[in-house]
Design a protein around this ligand. Structure first.
Ligand code: AOF
Ligand code: ZN
Length: 407
């Protein structure tokens, strides 16, 4: 009896240590994967580490579609030492020939003994088949290590591979009373330095930054991450009627090739030609019947067809209202600054005509964090008819936990 309970205690302890060890190496792989965010489109960011006798003998992350996958970079670094080692990889290894050969083949050939993954590949070509192939070849497979972080990392890729549409994050930096500019239109600066540097980091992690014509006319922004860290972030400007003149920064700076002017048939041909002369792409998106506004679903499809996985919308208030109304926002980032601007003529974060309270889009707060003197709140839209009582469960469904940091 005593022997049995000692054996049980040993096995529980062993399980815990193994789990802690797996989480340690997986966190390293996840950190590497994050370095690829904003670089890999239309592929997901992935990181991998080869471990033997408690030491990392190879590590890497996917840097660009068409180049080696994370596992291949890590295995190449490990070379012959990979035999009998463990491979930690943030995503289920691929099993078909795409732009590059299947990773499972290289893993089997290398003699790796155990493969530890965080999440399955949502790509229907690979899902489950990568791990199945490894198991069939006699490789031990451990799944679901740091699953929550792994899911969060591939959310944009998952949305795109399953729907053909980009993952849209709507960022709104505002005063505590929800204003994005004062009554004269001045918005520099509402949030502090740290929050602004967080936004630059965010821009590095996405494939495109999107704003409405009003924001370009009011602020003449560049909309690129600083520093760019090798990213070629697109800038998408929504200008249904062609109000943006060709002398703005997004059309004249050295990254003009990364600018897309999305307009409608209402934009005069002369204006479109002026834009084109700057080397930018001009998209003619159908306008909605009735109000002549740009069709947001058509715009999202077009962005998806370009292979852009993650789009960050940075305003302004009319664009935010159109995107929310079209139901295309996947994630909200509210940055609340500790100041009150007030005034009925000061711009609110979300314009348009608003909603009746009973029909207002409901959100679920997922995460909150203090950034300098400002508060960052991450939220997800709550599906219609979902009761607020289910907030927690919905947040978990989204692969997140409701948590607070530094508060
Ligand atoms: C992996 N490791 O690092 C990545 C994977 O066209 P390819 O050959 O680059 O394959 C793209 C697909 O491979 C992509 O859609 C996704 O399913 C998977 N990405 N897989 O094993 C990696 N980036
Ligand atoms: Zn692969």
């Amino acid at each position: 009896m005593k022997e049995k309970s000692t054996a049980k205690a040993f096995s529980i302890l062993h399980g815990w240590t193994m789990q802690a060890k797996h989480e340690h190496w997986m966190r390293l792989a996840l950190g590497l994967a994050r370095r690829g965010e904003g670089l890999t489109r239309p592929n997901p960011p992935v990181g991998a580490v080869v471990v033997k006798n408690g030491k990392a003998i190879g590590a890497g992350f996917h840097r660009c579609a068409g180049e080696d996958h994370a596992e291949i970079i890590a295995l190449k670094k490990a070379g012959g030492r990979a035999k009998d080692a463990q491979l930690y990889v943030t995503l289920e290894p691929c099993c078909t020939h795409g732009r590059t050969p299947p990773c499972v083949g290289a893993i089997i050939k290398s003699g790796i003994r155990t493969v530890i993954t965080s999440v399955p590949d949502p790509n229907p070509r690979h899902r489950g088949r990568g791990l199945f192939t490894l198991k069939r070849a006699g490789i031990k497979v451990v799944e679901g290590v740091c699953r929550e972080e792994g899911q969060k990392l591939i959310e944009p890729f998952k949305k795109w591979i399953l729907s053909g549409k980009p993952y849209l994050t709507l960022k709104m930096a505002m005063s505590y009373d929800g204003k994005t500019a004062d009554y004269r239109g001045c918005s520099r600066w509402i949030t502090g330095k740290k929050a602004r540097s967080f936004v630059h980091d965010m821009r590095r992690r996405v494939d495109a930054v999107l704003v409405g014509a009003g924001t370009v006319l009011a602020d003449n922004p560049r909309l690129l991450p600083k520093p760019a860290g090798g990213r070629k972030t697109y800038r998408i400007i929504l200008d249904a009627k062609g109000r943006v003149s060709p002398d703005v920064k997004v059309l004249c700076d050295s990254a003009a090739k990364q600018t897309i002017m999305a307009t409608t048939p209402l934009c005069p041909a002369k204006r479109r030609n002026e834009w084109r002369r700057h080397g930018v792409q001009v998209w003619i998106i159908p306008s909605r019947q009735g109000d002549g506004k740009m069709s947001i679903p058509a715009l999202m499809n077009k962005i998806g067809r370009m292979g852009l996985l993650h789009v960050l919308c940075e305003g302004g208030s009319e664009t935010a209202a159109s995107l929310i109304r079209a139901g295309v926002v996947d994630e909200f980032l509210f940055i609340l600054a500790p100041l009150v601007i007030g005034g009925k003529n000061a711009l609110p974060a979300v314009g348009g005509n608003g909603w009746k309270l009973s029909k207002s889009p409901r959100l679920s707060f997922i995460e909150q964090e203090i950034i300098g003197n400002d508060i960052l709140i991450r939220a997800k839209p709550l599906k219609r008819r979902q009761k607020p009582a289910r907030l927690q469960r919905y947040a978990q469904h989204c692969g997140q936990v409701v948590r607070s940091q530094n508060i």
